[in-house]
Ligand binder design. Structure first.
Ligand code: ADP
Ligand code: MG
Length: 724
C-alpha cells in the first residue's frame, strides 16, 4: 500500500470505527492510593516506633535512623509481594527530564539453591544504577562512572503496573560517586530547605515563636494533544520528534472557539477516565479536566501537593498519559508545539509557600494591606523575579519551548510579574513609603436575589503574563508541557530563599532601630520596590509595545531562544545565588549547563536530519509523481488539440526545486563540527539550522496546497486535529 493509500485507509477506519465500550468507573474509595505504600499502610505494618519516625520524616523532613529502613523494607516487601510485584526499582530523575528506573528482583538463592525473597534496609536505602548511561555534564570521568541512588522517604513508594508486570517503585535521589547531584530531586529538596531556613528567619523576626517547617507547594496544569495512532504511524516526524515538521494549517482552526470547554469527545472521555483511574491508584489527585484552546488539545490538573511529591507525581502523570493513550488508539503528544500555527501546549506551575502554623504565606486574606506576612513573601517573589528573571527563563528553555516563548505566542520570553490591580496598588503605595490600606473588596452584585453574592477577586486574570499572581499563589505559565516541574520549582524556591535572606537582614536592622513592625516592613519593602518594581507589569505581554518598553525602559531581558537563555546559567550572579543558598555547587551548576545545551543541540540536529529525510524521500517523490501525472495528462489531451494551463505544474516544479535547494544547503550546514564555544554552537543551531528547516517547510507546505489530495503522502492537519 502506498503512503497516500494508507492515509486514505486510516481516514476510513477512523470514521467508521466502533465506539470503545465504557467500563463503569470504580468508586474512588475503592481505588484511591491502592497502589501506594501510604502512611496509613505503614501504621498497620510497621512497629510503633518505626511508624512514628517515618511519619515525622515525611511531615517535617526530620532525620531518619538507618535501623528504621530495615523495618520499612520488610513491610514494603510483604506489601509489594501481596500486590504481585516481584521486582523493585529505585526511580530517579536524571537531567534529561525523564524518569529512570533500574529493576531488581526480590529473589535470592541460598547455598542449597533454594529461592527466597529478600529486601533489606540497605537495599531499600541505596542502589547503584550504571551511572555512565545518564548525562552528567562532565562531573564524572568515564572511568569513574559510578552513580548512586538513595531512597527519598518523603515521597511514598508505589506499585507500577505495566504490561511487563508489577514493580515496586522507590522514589530516589541520584548522585555521583563524589556526592554531586546528577538529578533534579536533590536540588529541589535543597531549595526547599534553603527557602525554609530563610522564611523561618523572617517569621521569627516578626515575633513568631512557633514556626513549623515551611514547604513549597506545586499544582501543575498539564496540556497535551491526542492524535489517532493510525495517523501518527504514518508521520515519522510525530513518532520521532513528537511534532509535525511539515503540514499546512487547516481551514478550520482554533478560530472556532467551540472547542474550549465544549463537550469532550466520547472517545477522549473514555481515555481520560482510564487515565484518572490509574492516577487515583497511584494517589495522584487528578482534579480538573477539560478541552483546551486548540482542536485535539486537552488539559489535566491534579490538586496541589508538597513540591517534592508533586514533582514525582507529575513525572508519573506524563507516563500515565502516554501509556494509556497507546491502549486507546491514540498517541499523546506532550511536545510544546506539535502543530505550527495552532496553539501550543504549556504546563502552568502553580506555586505557593506555607506551613502548618502560619498557613499559606501567599494568601492575602480579606485585607491584604494589613497582612504583613503576605506583603513580605509577595515582595520577596517580586525581587526574585526581577533579579533572577534570566534564570527563570533558562530553566524553561528547550528546543520545544522555543516555539512558544520566542514566537508570537503566549507567554512572552520576557519575565515580568502580574499582581492584579488591588495588590499592585498596595505595592505602589509601599513604594511611596506609606500604606493606607485599600478600599473594601467589591461584592459581585448581579441584581439577582436568588444568586448568592460573592466577594470579587482581587484582580482579573492576565493570560499574557508569564508569571502571574492568581489569588493565593503564583502561576508560572511559561513552563513547557513536556518539562519536569523540578527546574522551575528549584529556581523559584532558591530565588525566594535569597530574597527572604535579604529581607531578614534589612528587617533586623530596621527593628534594631526601635521601629515598630508595620513601619519596619514598609521601610524594607519600600527599598525593595524602589529597586525592583520595574518587573511588575499588568498590561498585554504579547504586544510589540511591551517588548520594546520592557527592554529599553525597564531594563528587562528578552531571551527568545534557548541559545540566548542557557548561557545565563554561567552568569556570576546565578552561580553565587546557588552556592550561597547551598542548592547547587558551581560544579553542579556548570554540569547542568553542559547537559542542557547538549540536549538542545542534539534535538535540533535530530529534527534537521528528519526534515532532510522526509523532504527527500516522502515529499519530493510525491511532487514528482503528481507532476508526471499532469505531464502525461497534458500530453494526452494535447492529442485532442486541447492545451492545459501549465501554471500549477510550474508552481509545483518551482517549489520542489526550491525545497531541494534548501535541503542541500541544510545538509551542508550540518557538516560544520568545529565551534569555539558551546554558546556559539547553540546559536548556530538556533539561527542557521532552524532557519533552513523553516525554509524547507515553507516550500513543502506550499506543495501540500498544490498537490492532489489523493496523492499527498502524509496525514493532514485537518485529519489529525479533529478527533472523531
Ligand atoms: P486555572 O483556573 O488556572 O486553569 P486549574 O483549576 O486548572 O486553574 O488549576 C489550578 C492549579 O493550581 C491546580 O493544580 C490547583 O490545585 C493549584 N493550586 C490551587 N491552590 C494552590 C496553592 N495554594 N498552591 C499551589 N497550587 C495551588
Ligand atoms: Mg487551567
Amino acid at each position: 500500500m502506498s503512503r497516500s493509500e494508507a492515509r486514505a485507509q486510516a481516514v476510513f477506519e477512523i470514521t467508521t470505527g466502533e465506539a470503545i465500550s465504557v467500563a463503569k468507573p470504580k468508586s474512588l474509595e475503592e481505588i484511591w492510593a491502592s497502589d501506594v505504600f501510604t502512611l496509613a499502610k505503614m501504621e498497620q505494618d510497621l512497629s510503633k516506633s518505626a511508624f512514628k519516625a517515618m511519619k515525622k520524616t515525611m511531615e517535617t523532613g526530620a532525620k531518619l535512623e538507618p535501623e528504621i529502613a530495615d523495618d520499612v523494607a520488610t513491610a514494603m516487601k510483604s506489601w509489594a509481594l501481596s500486590k504481585g510485584a516481584n521486582y523493585f526499582a529505585h526511580v530517579f530523575y536524571p537531567l534529561t527530564g525523564a524518569s529512570a528506573e533500574k529493576h531488581d528482583s526480590f529473589i535470592v538463592t541460598d547455598a542449597s539453591g533454594k529461592a527466597m525473597t529478600e529486601f533489606s534496609g540497605s537495599l531499600l536505602t541505596k542502589g547503584e544504577p550504571d551511572g555512565s548511561s545518564f548525562p552528567n555534564g562532565g562531573i564524572r570521568q568515564t572511568n569513574a562512572a559510578r552513580g548512586y541512588t538513595f531512597w527519598d522517604p518523603t515521597s511514598p513508594a508505589f506499585i507500577l503496573d505495566t504490561e511487563n508486570g508489577a514493580t515496586l517503585c522507590i522514589p530516589s535521589v541520584f548522585v555521583s560517586w563524589t556526592g554531586e547531584a546528577l538529578d533534579k530531586k536533590v536540588p529541589l529538596m535543597r531549595s526547599n530547605t534553603a527557602m525554609n531556613e530563610a522564611g523561618t528567619k523572617v517569621l521569627k523576626l516578626m515575633g513568631e515563636e512557633n514556626v513549623a517547617p515551611l514547604n513549597s507547594s506545586c499544582g501543575a496544569e498539564q496540556e497535551y494533544f491526542l492524535v489517532d495512532s493510525t495517523f501518527a504511524n504514518l508521520r515519522p516526524d510525530l513518532l520521532l520528534a513528537g511534532r509535525t515538521l511539515f503540514g499546512a494549517p487547516p481551514a478550520k482552526g482554533q478560530e472556532f472557539d467551540d472547542h474550549y470547554f465544549g463537550a469532550i469527545p466520547e472517545r477522549v472521555q473514555v481515555y481520560m477516565e482510564a487515565v484518572e483511574e490509574s492516577l487515583y491508584r497511584l494517589g495522584i489527585p487528578a482534579k480538573t479536566r477539560h478541552n483546551e484552546v486548540a482542536p485535539g488539545q486537552f488539559e489535566i490538573a491534579p490538586y496541589f501537593e508538597a513540591a517534592n511529591v508533586a514533582a514525582d507525581h507529575q513525572q508519573m502523570l506524563m507516563t500515565v498519559l502516554k501509556n494509556t493513550a497507546k491502549k486507546h488508539g491514540f498517541i499523546c503528544l506532550l511536545h510544546e508545539k506539535p502543530f505550527a500555527g495552532i496553539n501550543g501546549s504549556g504546563k502552568h506551575v502553580n506555586w505557593s509557600i506555607g506551613n502548618s502554623t502560619q498557613g499559606n504565606l501567599l494568601d492575602p486574606g480579606d485585607t491584604p494591606s494589613d497582612n504583613l506576612y503576605f506583603l513580605l513573601f509577595c515582595g520577596a517573589v517580586i525581587r526574585g523575579v526581577h533579579l533572577y528573571g534570566p534564570l527563570l527563563r533558562a530553566v524553561i528553555a528547550s528546543a520545544g519551548n522555543d516555539h512558544r516563548l520566542g514566537a508570537n505566542e503566549a507567554p512572552p520570553a520576557i519575565l515580568s510579574v502580574y499582581l492584579g490591580s488591588e495588590i499592585e496598588a498596595i505595592f505602589e503605595q509601599i513604594k511611596g513609603g506609606k500604606l493606607d490600606g485599600t478600599g473594601e473588596k467589591g461584592i459581585m452584585d448581579l441584581g439577582l436575589s436568588q444568586i448568592i453574592p460573592y466577594a470579587k477577586d482581587s484582580g482579573d486574570r492576565n493570560r499574557t503574563s508569564p508569571f502571574a499572581f492568581t489569588g493565593n499563589r503564583f502561576e508560572f505559565r511559561a513552563v513547557g508541557s513536556q518539562q519536569s516541574v523540578s527546574g522551575p520549582l528549584i529556581a523559584m524556591n532558591t530565588m525566594l530563599a535569597d530574597s527572604l535572606n535579604w529581607i531578614a537582614e534589612k528587617l533586623e536592622a530596621e527593628l534594631a532601630k526601635g521601629t515598630d513592625k508595620p513601619a519596619a516592613v514598609v521601610a524594607v519593602l519600600k527599598e525593595l520596590m524602589t529597586a525592583h518594581s520595574n518587573v511588575i507589569f499588568g498590561g498585554d505581554g504579547y504586544s510589540a509595545e511591551w517588548h520594546k518598553m520592557a527592554v529599553e525602559e525597564r531594563g528587562l531581558k528578552n531571551l527568545p531562544t534557548t541559545a540566548d537563555a542557557l548561557p545565563y546559567l554561567n552568569d556570576e550572579s546565578i552561580k553565587s545565588l546557588f552556592s550561597s543558598t547551598g542548592v547547587l555547587s558551581p560544579v553542579e551548576l556548570e554540569s547542568r549547563y553542559e547537559v542542557y545545551s547538549e540536549i538542545y543541540i542534539l534535538s535540533i540536529n535530530v529534527e534537521a536530519k528528519l526534515v532532510i529525510d522526509m523532504a527527500k524521500t516522502i515529499i519530493y517523490p510525491a511532487a514528482m509523481r503528481y507532476l508526471s501525472e499532469i505531464a502525461s495528462t497534458s500530453a494526452s489531451v494535447a492529442t485532442m488539440g486541447i492545451a492545459l494551463d501549465t501554471s500549477t505544474a510550474k508552481t509545483i516544479a518551482e517549489q520542489a526545486n526550491a525545497m531541494m535547494a534548501a535541503v542541500a544547503k541544510l545538509s551542508d550546514t550540518m557538516l560544520k563540527e568545529e565551534f569555539t564555544t558551546t554558546d556559539e554552537h547553540m546559536q548556530y543551531c538556533a539561527k542557521e539550522i532552524r532557519g533552513l528547516m523553516d525554509e524547507i517547510r515553507m516550500h513543502a507546505d506550499a506543495l501540500e496546497a498544490e498537490i492532489a489530495d489523493e496523492t499527498w503522502p502524509l496525514p493532514k492537519y485537518r485529519e489529525m486535529l479533529f478527533i472523531k
